[in-house]
Design a protein around this ligand. Structure first.
Ligand SMILES: Nc1ncnc2c1ncn2[C@@H]1O[C@H](COP(=O)(O)OP(=O)(O)OP(=O)(O)O)[C@@H](O)[C@H]1O
Ligand SMILES: [Mg+2]
Length: 341
């Protein structure tokens, strides 16, 4: 495996006035493997966009080293940086298209800058527009396009010069859920078919869950969790990661929710589902002849695998052997315990 991005102890300070400064990126050490799709997730102000700007050399680190495709961004010359930017494509939330140029001219722009001949440009642009699914829009102006179509133009332009890395900063945040799903599909295809490494910046956990095989969780400029997406969310280390998971999976009922559920009869059993899925849980209940139904909780799909906590109301002669069998596979809590753990 080759790292295409390598950050070691990277800090970026911005001077806010004569006496003070903000640390936007704080001692970050991460690497990104070639061919992966990495999500950088965090709330507003976490330093995500600054991190991206460090990757394409728009910002230089205050300390530490940023290495992208073998280029040390911190001490690269202007011409080396220009060359690097040709190999690192970028797409944006607001698309950043030239409104006075046609779709074809927008996509041709980076090719023109790179010195491609007109005939070669035309051929390449037609190919690119077909690839992103808007082959019929070449002569239109951006204002006539939907948000999803505009982002397809942005993507075609970003991959025109055949970059090795694509940076997407909140690229779907201005789109509705259906269009977002289509753009994510396109990004996945770009990754699989063209082998381009993709870095997706987002504050939406669902995008990371659907698309990214690796994740970097940022909080206050620092990386607080990182690694394989499923592992990070199944075994969160940072409070922020736990909060991201809890927002989609609810966890174990407590307080009033628990009292209300407990009043409903039967036993309550909360089971963490993961590789041990909700179907596996149901199979255990069935084997013991126990009637059961989900009364609380939520499960999210992370790259096709379940993740979450489900609370069941169970009617069984003897709950203990059922709980013991479930515990052999995963974490189980009996919130209103008749069964002692
Ligand atoms: N050019 C700059 N000058 C001064 N401060 C800056 C500059 N760029 C970013 N910052 C500060 O650095 C911090 C991180 O900003 P950044 O834009 O990287 O966050 P973000 O995670 O992308 O947020 P958002 O989700 O809102 O886009 C913020 O406190 C921001 O105000
Ligand atoms: Mg940002």
């Amino acid at each position: 495996m080759t790292a295409v991005i390598e950050l070691r102890g990277v800090t970026k300070d911005f001077r806010t006035d004569r006496r003070s400064s903000t640390t936007a990126v704080d001692d970050v050490t991460v690497s990104v493997e070639e061919g992966s799709i990495v999500g950088v997730i965090g709330y507003s102000g976490a330093g995500k966009s600054t991190l991206v700007r460090l990757l394409n050399g728009l910002e230089k680190p205050t300390s530490g080293t940023v290495e992208v495709l073998g280029v040390n961004v911190g001490d690269a010359s202007e011409s080396a940086l220009r060359d690097l930017r040709r190999r690192v494509g970028m797409i944006f939330q607001q698309f950043n298209l030239f409104t006075s140029r046609t779709v074809a001219a927008n996509v041709a722009y980076p090719l023109k800058v790179a010195g491609w001949k007109k005939a070669d440009r035309d051929k390449r642009v037609a190919e690119l527009l077909d690839f992103v699914g808007i082959g019929d829009k070449a002569k239109q102006y951006p204002r006539r396009l939907s948000g999803g179509q505009k982002q397809r133009v942005g993507i075609a332009r970003a991959i025109a010069t055949d970059p090795r890395i694509l940076l997407a900063d909140e690229a779907t945040s201005a789109l509705d859920p259906q269009t977002t799903a289509e753009v994510l599909d396109l990004l996945r295809e770009i990754n699989r078919r063209l082998g381009i490494t993709i870095v997706v910046i987002t504050h939406q956990i669902s995008i990371v869950h659907e698309l990214c095989d690796q994740v970097i969780v940022m909080d206050g400029g620092r990386v607080v969790d990182s690694g394989d997406t499923y592992r990070v969310f199944a075994h969160p280390r940072a409070e922020l990661t736990k909060r991201f998971v809890a927002a989609v999976t609810q966890g174990v009922p407590s307080g009033e929710a628990l009292s209300a559920l407990a009043a409903g009869g039967g036993d309550l059993v909360s089971v963490e589902v993961n590789e041990f899925s909700s179907e596996d849980v149901s199979a255990v209940f069935h084997r013991h002849g126990a009637r059961h139904s989900v009364v609380y909780g939520g499960v999210t799909d992370v790259l096709g695998k379940q993740l979450g906590t489900l609370t069941y109301r169970v009617h069984a002669e003897d709950l203990a052997p059922i709980v013991a069998e479930l515990r052999a596979h995963t974490d189980v809590v009996v919130p209103a315990a008749k069964v002692r753990s």
